[in-house]
Design a binder for this molecule. Structure first.
Ligand code: NAD
Length: 487
């Protein structure tokens, strides 16, 4: 069995406590290896290393061009190790190879995007009502605590690392305890391409211990968290108590509105992808379909038929189009929702585990129809291959149903009426919208939610702003004293 180590101050080291945790392949239940169960003392060592690197290490005097070049080298190293990263990601979190390939490519592109932005950080000069040369500079914030979930282990890590490093910060990243392997591989590549020690640190413990120690550490300057809304609320409260800067990317229960004038081929193709990509374990998963009543029956029939073509299996097998859920615990949680759904709505497909595949954490694509919008399966984030279909009468009702949620992350609209799509989009209270497709995500575009889906934005220019402090500087150009206190 392989032993993995956490990455602190440029070295791979065990936990000071020597405790370890098994990492499981969700498609086979096999143990992939063991990682350190990082403890508060490991987190403390990582924060200290990041602090020294930021305050006095080579990072503190690095130029934007130095950082650009290192980020480009890291992106290239990822491309050179593409296959290794893809296989590791599939084994660790179960997604189909095609989706993992997309993630690795997109993660490398994210480093390239922020490598470009590293040299575009700039200040401003201001005309002020005094003889002062007054200007604004942007500076890195300092030591950033970054915590990510298990659904996109590599991509979520890179969305956090790339802007933080481009801006000149140092980082302690905690991947999910369920899926730590690609983040550790990334640390190895970062060391190989020359990132100075202490700039990137990875601790591998669980949330309540290592994560909690990290967000409570007095010497961090910023917390960036992606994960569940309940965890996010706790972390936000801690950040507020300690007055740390904090950005939160949280959950969603995302509506996909299909109007009667929708391009049906696109609505079905992208609709299935919206619901079942990454086994529905996507914060923006289209998990709540709102379908106009005149096309409801036709849509249901074709959507169910399309979902029957999904091939559930080990992500490393060529013909697999949907992998397992990430863990036994998570499968159990999703099955609880299926049970609730069976007692409150009509099951049109799935709800069961695929036959003869008990070694992994698989669940068949599951579709509930004629769902009450107020029921739990329509209101709560299930985070699995479970989708609810709800009928609506007209545009007004569609908008009302779409917004009737505590979340506000993603949404989709399928309609050929461009005027209608603009009108509807302007009324939806959520951060990320797609018309006539779903899920494509661009490094250039801001990512984040309204309401209980989070605060702040990642990616694009917005993403780097949240890793920069803004400082004003005023230089007196007068040679004569003001004479504030005449003799
Ligand atoms: P989670 O909240 O259980 O865990 C996320 C991370 O937080 C993990 O690394 C975990 O170890 C850590 N953590 C847990 N408790 C903690 C604590 N008390 N203190 C500090 N850290 C703690 O979420 P999950 O189950 O790993 O991920 C699924 C959730 O993530 C879903 O709700 C999904 O919508 C959300 N998500 C959001 C986005 C987005 O961009 N908005 C992206 C991906 C996932």
């Amino acid at each position: 069995m392989k032993t993995y180590l956490q990455f602190i101050n440029g070295e791979f080291v065990p936990s000071l406590s020597a405790k370890t945790r098994d990492v499981i392949n969700p498609a086979t239940s096999e143990i992939l290896g063991q990682v350190p169960e990082s403890q508060p003392e490991d987190v403390d060592a990582a924060v200290k290393a990041a602090r020294v690197a930021f305050d006095t290490g080579p990072w503190s005097t690095s130029t934007a061009v130095d950082r650009q070049n290192l980020l480009l080298k890291l992106a290239q190293a990822m491309r050179d190790n593409f296959e290794k990263l893809v296989v590791l990601e599939v084994q660790d979190c179960g997604k189909p190879r095609r989706e993992a390939e997309f993630d690795v490519d997109d993660a490398a592109s994210c480093f390239e995007f922020y490598a470009g932005l590293a040299t575009k950080i700039h200040g401003e000069t201001m005309n002020v009502p005094a003889n002062s040369f007054s200007y604004v500079v942007r500076e890195p914030i300092g030591v950033c605590a970054q915590i990510v979930p298990w659904n996109y282990p590599l991509l979520m890590s890179v969305w956090k690392l790339a802007p933080a490093l481009a801006a000149g910060n140092t980082v302690v990243l905690k991947p999910s305890e369920v899926t730590p392997l690609t983040a550790l591989e990334l640390a190895k590549l970062a060391a190989e391409v020359g990132f100075p020690k202490g700039v990137i640190n990875i601790v591998t413990g669980d949330g309540p211990v290592a994560g909690n120690a990290l967000v409570n550490h007095p010497d961090i300057d910023k917390i960036a968290f992606t994960g569940g809304t309940e965890t996010g609320k706790r972390i936000g409260a801690t950040a507020a108590t300690n007055l740390k800067k904090c950005s939160l990317e949280l959950g969603g229960k995302n509506p996909v509105i299909v109007f009667e004038d929708a391009p049906m081929d696109l609505a079905l193709d992208w609709g299935l992808f919206a619901a079942f990509a990454n086994s529905g374990q996507v914060c923006t998963a289209g998990s709540r379909f709102l379908i106009q009543e005149s096309i409801y029956d036709q849509f249901v029939e074709q959507f169910v038929a399309g979902a029957q073509n999904i091939r559930v299996g080990d992500g490393l097998k060529d013909d697999t189009t949907m992998g397992p859920l990430v863990s036994k615990n998570h499968l159990n949680k999703v099955e609880e929702y299926v049970k609730i759904g069976k007692s409150t709505a009509k099951l049109a497909l799935g709800g069961d585990r695929p036959k003869g595949m008990d070694q992994g954490f698989f669940l068949n694509p599951t579709i509930f129809i004629d769902v009450d919008p107020k029921s739990r399966i329509a209101a709560e984030e299930i985070f699995g291959p479970v989708v609810v279909l709800i009928k609506f009468k007209d545009e007004e009702e569609a908008i009302k149903l779409a917004n009737d949620t505590s979340y506000g992350l993603g949404y989709g609209i399928f309609s050929n009426d461009v005027t209608r799509t603009h009108r509807v989009m302007s009324k939806i209270k959520a951060g990320i919208g797609w018309v006539n497709f779903y899920h494509p995500t661009f490094n250039e575009m801001p990512w984040g939610g309204y309401k209980q889906s989070g605060t702040g934005r990642e990616l694009g220019l917005y993403g780097i702003e949240s890793y920069l402090e803004v400082k004003q500087i005023n230089i007196n150009l007068d040679q004569q004293p003001e004479g504030w206190y005449p003799k």
